[in-house]
Write a protein that binds this ligand. Structure first.
Ligand SMILES: Cc1cc2nc3c(=O)[nH]c(=O)nc-3n(C[C@H](O)[C@H](O)[C@H](O)COP(=O)(O)OP(=O)(O)OC[C@H]3O[C@@H](n4cnc5c(N)ncnc54)[C@H](O)[C@@H]3O)c2cc1C
Length: 503
């Protein structure tokens, strides 16, 4: 099936670039608000190979394509920095783990505590109604009661931790942390999907909407730039290169949403040069591509004297804000529970329990101008795309919170009588968490961020950005849910202004 734009509506469409989770959410909310959408997706229609079979949230069979690092990356910060990419419908949701924690009021307060540079132009209270609308699309399985560090999601399936975790949770509370089941997308559903994860944003959000006739998709269309009209003072078109023929194409648009991911979005905008914007579209103060940050990540494996539950997976939050010393620095532990962990537990005759627990310890780093992504104009890939200069180094402040979270988990398991022994501790290079953000950030001041509080460019009012590049800062939480909530909010505002004739 090929979805082609209808000529009659071509000039009035909003072009959405990319179908990862926030791009798909933006397209869906625009379409539901009555806006005609043309989705340009760099990946081919065949998509990334995969298959997932789950029963009540337990993965019984899974196959997915290899996750590859992007070619043509010149690393000028951490020489081992990683940059994984999937140019396919659904983007990295072909590979993700589906953890969907909300950011909390304290996360936004912590950012503000870090100073004006780090202050978001949106609050948790403003974002909460959009979390409420996005979570049902994700079929969240998670806790029904929230805590200060992790607000309760709107769940489809309530999850509670097994009773063995009660003493650990009690002790965690005394120390200012909380222990809860991690909210997961499709976390308790029985599903058979032809993708490598139970939630692929293209398959789950875009495909079911295509019959309504508001969204059209052009596959294999890698966008190279947005076309600025100096006379009309707006973006009037989008240019792309066809992945199969190599031909250049152009589509007119009334507005555009860029959602190529935290590295591809700045790439497209940096390539969109004009006499009015010689440093990239909307880049009036040199912030485009800067403030790059990610989640410093430690991986810990702990051996226990007695088996503890591995399903549902536990989440040990960061300490409450009143107990955190340094603004913008914290870490949380996310328990592993893969299909192979479950299989091993069955073989060991301790189903859904294990004497060996693994956790990803996600930390934070302050977003500063010193870390950035820029075009490497000396490199051209086989598809004609520029290379990237990736300049990121984790600051020394990032390590202690990772170690503190690891030690907190060891101490809690010890207090619960599990006699824990540290088996593996490894701090990963930058980028390994796959949670880059900040390269096209929101800020009330255009000097400190490209976008306003509705993810719209300060300098180009008919362009919004919808992916984690918009994050002013990133707390220690996985980004997808928040990027989708911000995207839904941005799309809704854009649709209202388009209808009202304000753009
Ligand atoms: C192994 C793994 C586990 C993860 N687990 C989690 C998790 O549990 N929870 C969580 O929140 N996050 C997780 N993530 C991260 C999550 O997958 C990403 O944050 C998310 O997919 C980012 O969405 P995005 O749309 O910004 O970017 P992407 O997913 O990269 O999507 C970008 C889309 O834009 C398209 N595109 C790019 N450039 C262009 C262009 N020039 N023209 C047209 N189209 C373009 C791509 O083809 C793609 O469809 C995980 C990632 C990995 C790899």
């Amino acid at each position: 099936m090929v979805y082609e734009p209808s000529v009659a509506t071509a000039d009035n469409r909003v072009v959405v670039i990319g179908s990862g989770p926030p791009g798909a959410a933006a397209a869906l909310f625009l379409a539901r608000a009555g806006v005609q959408v043309l989705l340009l997706e760099a990946g081919l229609q065949a998509g990334s190979p995969g298959l997932t079979f789950r029963v009540s949230g337990l993965t019984l069979a899974k196959r997915k394509g290899e996750l590859r690092q992007r070619d043509g990356v010149r690393r000028t910060g951490d020489p081992d920095a990683q940059l994984f990419e999937e140019l396919a419908p659904g983007g990295l949701s072909n590979h993700w783990s589906c953890a969907v924690p909300r950011f909390s009021t304290e996360d936004f307060e912590d950012a503000a505590r870090g100073g004006l540079d780090h202050t978001w132009p949106v609050t948790y209270a403003e974002l909460a109604p959009w979390y409420d609308q996005v979570e049902p699309l994700l079929h969240v399985a998670g806790p029904v009661r929230g805590v200060t560090q992790l607000p309760a999601p709107r769940v489809r399936h309530a999850r509670e931790l097994a009773e063995d975790w009660a003493p650990v949770a009690e002790r965690a509370r005394e120390g200012g942390r909380s222990l809860l089941p991690m909210p997961y997308a499709y976390g308790a559903d029985t599903t058979f999907t032809r993708t490598g994860t139970p939630f692929n944003s293209f398959v789950r959000l875009i495909e079911p909407e295509l019959g309504q006739g508001r969204i059209e998709v052009r596959f294999g269309a890698r966008v190279s730039s947005l076309e600025w009209s100096s006379s009309e003072r707006r973006v009037t078109g989008v240019t792309y290169r066809d992945a199969v023929s190599g031909a250049e194409g152009r589509v007119p648009c009334r507005a555009a949403i860029v959602a190529g991911g935290a590295l591809n979005t700045p790439q497209v905008l940096l390539q969109s040069k004009s006499a009015d914007f010689p440093n990239g579209l909307g880049n009036t103060h040199g912030v485009l591509g800067r403030y790059l940050h990610d989640h410093p990540l430690g991986k810990v494996v702990i051996d226990l004297e007695r088996p503890m539950p591995i399903h549902p997976a536990a989440y040990l939050t960061r300490p409450e804000l009143s107990r955190s010393k340094l603004p913008l620095y914290a870490a949380a532990c996310m328990q592993w529970c893969s299909a192979s962990d479950i299989a091993k537990s069955v073989l060991a005759r301790t189903p859904k329990r294990s004497r060996r627990l693994g956790f990803s310890v996600f930390g934070t780093m302050a977003a500063t101008r010193d870390n950035y992504v820029a075009l490497d104009e000396g490199y051209r890939g086989p598809d004609g795309a520029h290379g990237l200069e990736l300049h990121i180094t984790h600051p020394p402040e990032a390590l202690p919170p990772l170690e503190e979270a690891r030690d907190a988990m060891l101490e809690l398991l010890g207090a619960a009588g599990c006699n824990p022994k540290l088996s593996v501790w490894k701090v990963e290079p930058a980028g390994n968490s796959n949670h880059y953000g900040g390269t096209c950030r929101m800020h009330a001041s255009p000097e400190l961020g490209m976008l306003d509080g509705f993810s719209r460019m300060h300098a180009v009012r008919n362009v919004a950005v919808c992916d984690s590049s918009v994050f002013t800062t990133t707390p220690e939480k996985n980004p997808v849910l928040t990027s989708m909530a911000l995207a839904a909010r941005a799309a809704n505002r854009l649709a209202a202004e388009l209808k009202g004739g304000d753009i």
